[in-house]
Ligand binder design. Structure first.
Ligand code: ADP
Length: 399
């Protein structure tokens, strides 16, 4: 404790009868000696408060020889105490302030980066994986921030991969549902017909004639064929779309492939005049022969469905730049402009007025387009004036 040295108001000596012998300072006789040894506060005539202390003085034989008294003004004690108190408050106040300022800077260095880490982690938790914590320090907090950034990047990569897988699964699921609903719809009619005619045939009570039985058996056979075609077409387009059926490229003679495709049809019974026209320049094309034959077969099949009797169906092969161009034209009912794109979509099978009864699976042109695209070519349909349509597709030369 810091104390200012107190002032002394007086010092007085007394004989053993307590009569004053001598004094220095402001001692006043009327104050007298204190009755006991206890210090006490007395009032001087000037109304000053004095702290009076007196003690006996002993001689060699331990007898009281006299007394000594000293007075201290209490003001100086109070002042000393006040000064002391102020000093303590100021000193502790300054110490506390220093500690607070130091803590603010030291904690700030730790807490601010931790706050950034916390904010980033909360954003990551909310799914925002693009959040990057700015890392500047090389201390433990810097290590935590770098680890968090690395973790967020890994999470983003995993999330990206999962999204891809999810997207694929969704597509597969959609295809499955699409197949199931289309299959249920498209297979119901043939199945009902097959079931109905099979039951009729097995009913012994009906006494069917041989001709009737043959007719019903024909219907069963053709409906079964239709179902088998639908399923095989569907599986084919799924394989092509999923990249499971890639073209086996070879240099082939397009005219020879066209003849093979046409050989499957009986143009005479259909009463259609079929012709293949090939430019002499088109000697070879690089393509998958079987796939190309399938494209031409589908297009000829469609043309025959729509071509009226005694009209022409023509297959032409020409060169245009680096492309070999194939076209199949008929003089049928043609295709309205608003359907010219749609007919290439899967399961699109327009139920149009005056359309031939022999409706297909709605997959024929979708397969055709997929195969042409696999070869890097394009396909479209245009009008074939004065009547009918012309399907035109290209097979580009391989660079
Ligand atoms: P579908 O099994 O119904 O024949 P496609 O994919 O082969 O399926 O053809 C889709 C639709 O395109 C047909 O339903 C028909 O409306 C139309 N179409 C295709 N070829 C021709 C053509 N040569 N003339 C007129 N319409 C055609």
């Amino acid at each position: 404790m810091i104390m200012a040295e107190p002032d002394v108001d007086y010092v007085a000596f007394f004989d053993k009868n307590k009569e004053i012998i001598t004094q220095a300072g402001n001692f006043q006789n009327n104050l007298g000696l204190p009755a006991s040894d206890d210090p006490k506060i007395v009032l001087t005539d000037r109304h000053r408060r004095i702290y009076n202390v007196s003690r006996p003085i002993y001689d060699d034989t331990r007898k009281v020889a006299g007394y000594i008294a000293a007075g201290f003004p209490t003001m100086s004690y109070h002042k000393a105490l006040e000064d002391d108190k102020r000093n303590i408050v100021v000193t502790w106040g300054l110490a506390l302030l220093t500690v607070l300022i130091a803590s603010y800077f030291i904690l700030g260095r730790i807490i601010r980066p931790l706050e950034k880490v916390k904010t980033a982690m909360m954003k990551i938790g909310d799914g925002d994986l693009t959040e990057i914590i700015p890392v500047s320090s090389r201390d433990e907090i810097g290590v935590i921030a770098r680890e968090c950034n690395a973790m967020a990047m890994k999470l983003a990569q995993t999330y990206h991969n999962l999204s891809d897988v999810n997207q694929k699964l969704t597509e597969i699921n959609e295809r499955k549902s699409e197949f199931l609903s289309t299959a249920a719809h498209d297979l119901r009619t043939p199945l009902t017909l097959i079931g109905g005619f099979a039951e009729t045939l097995s009913n012994k009570n009906l006494n069917l004639s041989g001709a009737q039985k043959d007719k019903y058996l024909d219907i069963i056979a053709s409906e079964t064929k239709k179902m088998a075609k639908f399923i095989s077409d569907y599986l084919d387009i799924t394989k092509i779309e999923n990249g499971m059926h890639l073209p086996v490229m070879a240099k082939i003679n397009p005219e020879a492939v066209a003849r093979e495709a046409a050989a499957e049809f009986d143009f005479e019974s259909a009463k259609v005049i079929f012709a293949i026209r090939s430019e002499p320049a088109v000697a070879k094309v690089t393509a998958d022969g079987e796939m190309l034959e399938r494209v031409l077969r589908n297009l000829i099949d469609n043309a025959l469905k729509y071509a009226p009797q005694n009209t022409a169906v023509t297959l032409e092969i020409t060169r245009r730049g680096r492309d070999t161009v194939f076209s199949v034209s008929d003089s049928g009912m043609g295709i309205p402009d608003d359907l010219k794109e749609k007919i290439f979509e899967k399961f699109f099978s327009a139920n149009r007025v005056n359309a031939p009864k022999k409706q297909g699976t709605g997959l024929g042109l979708a397969i055709v387009r997929s195969i042409v695209q696999l070869h890097g070519g394009t396909i479209h349909v245009e009008d074939n004036p004065p009547r009918g349509s012309r399907f035109v597709f290209t097979i580009p030369d391989i660079k």
